[in-house]
Design a protein around this ligand. Structure first.
Ligand SMILES: NC(=O)c1ccc[n+]([C@@H]2O[C@H](COP(=O)([O-])OP(=O)(O)OC[C@H]3O[C@@H](n4cnc5c(N)ncnc54)[C@H](OP(=O)(O)O)[C@@H]3O)[C@@H](O)[C@H]2O)c1
Length: 250
């Protein structure tokens, strides 16, 4: 166990699974008190058991500002501050141009776009001066991947949020950075690999285009999140860390 986050209070949306869970584990290992947020209580409870340290689960839907107000009030009562905010919750549905529905647009915009704004905006009164905000963008923001019209656009917006908010929060010395993962083996990705054909196509078309020749692991992303949360990254601000095995870099 390290001590780089000793005494820090972190909130991670979507912290029950995948990249959020790995980030929560890494931060608890580094000494932080962590609050994980998600919609399904069963997933959150399993994560708390798996992490087994200084972690509390709070049930909320990030697309609802009132839910976020409720959980930030709980964090305020328990700890009085937030030092690290990871706006990680995100969803992906895939629709080819020609079959995009209003429902699909609203669902992804509600969580990936509005939800990220609410996650940061509702936290402002509780965020310490000098806090670190970390947003999850995606390599898809840079790549023209078929069937990702809405998803990729929400992720490009998140990269833009990091730029705008790093400027807006200047007076409070709050750093805002994005991470753009490539293909990372998580429940989100696994849900799209519905059958052998889909898996084969994914391995050939996406993983085949990764110079490292493999998908990433959530724990590799968790280490980057913890680095951006820590003082070791104190001069990194407004940046987008490309964590994709080279997928969108070559
Ligand atoms: N995996 C990849 O290859 C990859 C690549 C690039 C970027 N990313 C981004 O990285 C982030 C994490 O992805 P992941 O792969 O770890 O996803 P994941 O395995 O699906 O985990 C995401 C978590 O977010 C929670 N969540 C979803 N909607 C929510 C909402 N409205 N309110 C609160 N919690 C919500 C989910 O729990 P509930 O359903 O219970 O709420 C889930 O536990 C996402 O923003 C994703 O777009 C992932």
């Amino acid at each position: 166990m390290g001590t780089s986050l000793q005494g820090k209070v972190a909130v991670i949306t979507g912290g029950g699974e995948g990249i959020g869970l790995a980030s929560a584990k890494q931060m608890v290992d580094e000494g932080a008190s962590v609050f994980i947020v998600g919609r399904r209580q069963t997933i959150l409870d399993a994560a708390v058991t798996e992490i087994g340290g200084d972690v509390v689960a709070l049930q909320a839907d990030v697309s609802k500002a009132a839910d976020l107000d409720r959980i930030y009030e709980a964090v305020r009562v328990a700890k009085g501050k937030v030092d690290i905010l990871v706006a990680n919750a995100g969803v992906q549905t895939r629709e080819a141009l020609g079959s995009i529905t209003e429902e699909g647009i609203d669902y992804q915009l509600g969580i990936n776009f509005k939800g990220v704004i609410y996650t940061v905006q509702q936290a402002l009164p509780l965020l310490n001066d000098g806090a670190s905000i970390i947003l999850l963008s995606s390599a898809t923001a840079l790549k023209g991947l078929p069937t990702r019209t809405v998803y990729s656009a929400t992720k490009a917006a998140i990269r833009s949020f990091a730029r705008t908010w790093a400027s807006e929060l200047k007076a409070r010395r709050i750093r805002v950075n994005a991470i753009s993962p490539g293909p990372i083996l998580t429940p989100l990705l696994n849900a799209t690999l519905v059958d052998e054909k889909a898996k084969e196509a994914y391995m050939a078309n996406i993983v085949g285009a990764v110079p490292l020749g493999r998908p990433g692991g959530p724990e590799e992303m968790g280490k980057i999140v913890a680095f951006l949360a820590s003082d070791a990254s104190s001069y990194i601000n407004g940046a987008d860390i490309q964590a994709d095995g080279g997928f969108a870099q070559v």
